[in-house]
Design a protein around this ligand. Structure first.
Ligand SMILES: [Zn+2]
Ligand SMILES: [Zn+2]
Length: 313
C-alpha cells in the first residue's frame, strides 16, 4: 500500500508541475490589454446522472449545453428511456453513446438501443469487435474513438484503463471550462488515469469493494483474485488514496460508482473514503463533495450550482 501511495504522490506531483508550467506559460504569453475571451464568461452548464451503476448494469447520462450523450448501455433500453424522461428527453435527443468496454454490465442494452434509435456508437475497434452478436448488422453505427472527438458542444477524450477486456477506456468530457471524467472498471491507477482525473469538476470514480470483504466472502478464489488483481476493480481504499492525491481546482464533485452489492456497502464505501481523505487533509464537503451512485435509481450532479439543492456527503 505504501508503495502505491508513494507512486500516487509522485504522479500527482508530476501533473501539478505540468499544470503550473502551463499556467505560467499562459500568463507570460498574455498581455494585460488582451480582453478575456467571451467564451470564458459564458455560463458553465453540465449535468451528469448515473442512471445505473454496478455489476448489474451501468449507464451514465451527460448533458453539456445542448449536447447529450450516454456512456455505456448496460441496462435495458426501457430503463434508459425511463431515466432520460426525468430530464425531459428521449432517445432521439441523445447525440451519441460511448462505450467503455464489452462486458455485459456495460453493453447489455445496446442491441435494443441500436434498433430503437439512430445514435452513433463510439468505442475502440477492439471493443466493437468483442461485443459480437449484439452489433451484427449495425456496422454503419460504429465510430472509432479518436484521441479527441467532438460531438456537438462537447469534446470527448478517451484514456486507457487497466481491466480484463479487449481495449477498455475511460472518458473525459470537456465543455467550455468544465471537465467531467468517468473511470470505472479499473484494476489500478495508471499515469493515464491520473492525467485524466486531474482538475475534473465532476469525477465518476469506481469504489468497487472492500478488500477484506472480498477475501472473507463467498466468491470462489479465482474470482476473488480477478476482482483484486491489476485487471480487476478498484477498492474503496485505492480509490480514496487516489482521490487524496489527485490535483483539483479547489473543489471536485466525486460520484463513487460501480459499487459491488456483495463485497461492499454504501456506508463502508463512504466511511473509508471520507476517513482517508480527511487524514490526507482534504476537507470532505468542501474540497471534495462525495456522493454515491447505485444500482437502482439515478444520481445527479450538476455544474456549477452543485450542492445547493441536493444532499451531499
Ligand atoms: Zn463493469
Ligand atoms: Zn468490466
Amino acid at each position: 500500500m505504501r508503495d502505491n501511495e508513494q507512486t500516487l504522490q509522485d504522479l500527482a506531483h508530476t501533473v501539478g508541475c505540468i499544470r503550473q508550467r502551463h499556467l505560467l506559460n499562459t500568463a507570460a504569453g498574455t498581455p494585460e490589454s488582451v480582453p478575456v475571451r467571451k467564451e470564458t464568461m459564458r455560463k458553465k452548464d453540465c449535468l451528469v446522472s448515473m442512471l445505473a451503476s454496478g455489476s448489474k448494469g451501468n449507464c451514465a447520462y451527460i448533458r453539456c449545453g445542448n449536447t447529450r450523450i450516454l456512456i455505456d448501455a448496460g441496462i435495458s433500453c426501457r430503463r434508459v428511456e425511463t431515466g432520460l424522461r426525468r430530464y425531459g428527453c428521449t432517445l432521439a435527443d441523445i447525440d451519441a453513446v460511448f462505450l467503455t468496454h464489452e462486458h455485459q454490465d456495460h453493453v447489455s442494452g445496446l442491441r435494443t438501443l441500436l434498433k430503437k434509435s439512430q445514435m452513433p456508437v463510439y468505442t475502440t475497434r477492439e471493443t466493437w469487435q468483442a461485443i459480437g452478436n449484439a452489433v451484427v448488422g449495425h456496422q454503419n453505427r460504429f465510430m472509432p474513438v479518436m484521441r479527441r472527438t467532438q460531438v456537438g458542444e462537447m469534446q470527448i477524450v478517451p484514456f486507457a484503463i487497466s481491466h480484463d477486456a479487449a481495449r477498455p477506456v475511460g472518458y473525459s468530457v470537456y465543455h467550455e471550462q468544465v471537465k467531467v471524467t468517468l473511470a470505472t472498471d479499473l484494476g489500478k491507477i495508471t499515469p493515464a488515469v491520473l492525467q485524466a482525473a486531474a482538475y475534473s469538476d465532476i469525477f465518476i470514480l469506481e469504489a468497487n469493494h472492500d478488500e477484506q470483504m472480498v477475501r472473507n466472502g463467498a466468491y470462489p478464489y479465482y474470482l476473488q483474485q480477478r476482482i483484486l488483481g491489476q485487471l480487476g476493480h478498484l477498492s474503496n481504499r485505492t480509490a480514496a488514496a487516489f482521490l487524496r492525491e489527485v490535483p483539483n481546482k479547489g473543489r471536485m464533485q466525486v460520484l463513487l460508482a460501480h459499487r459491488s452489492e456483495t463485497n461492499n456497502t454504501p456506508s463502508l464505501a463512504l466511511r473509508t473514503v471520507r476517513t482517508i481523505l480527511s487524514q490526507g487533509g482534504r476537507a470532505v464537503g468542501q474540497d471534495v463533495i462525495l456522493r454515491l451512485a447505485g444500482q437502482h435509481g439515478a444520481v445527479r450532479m450538476e455544474h456549477p450550482d452543485f450542492g445547493q439543492r441536493q444532499r451531499t456527503y
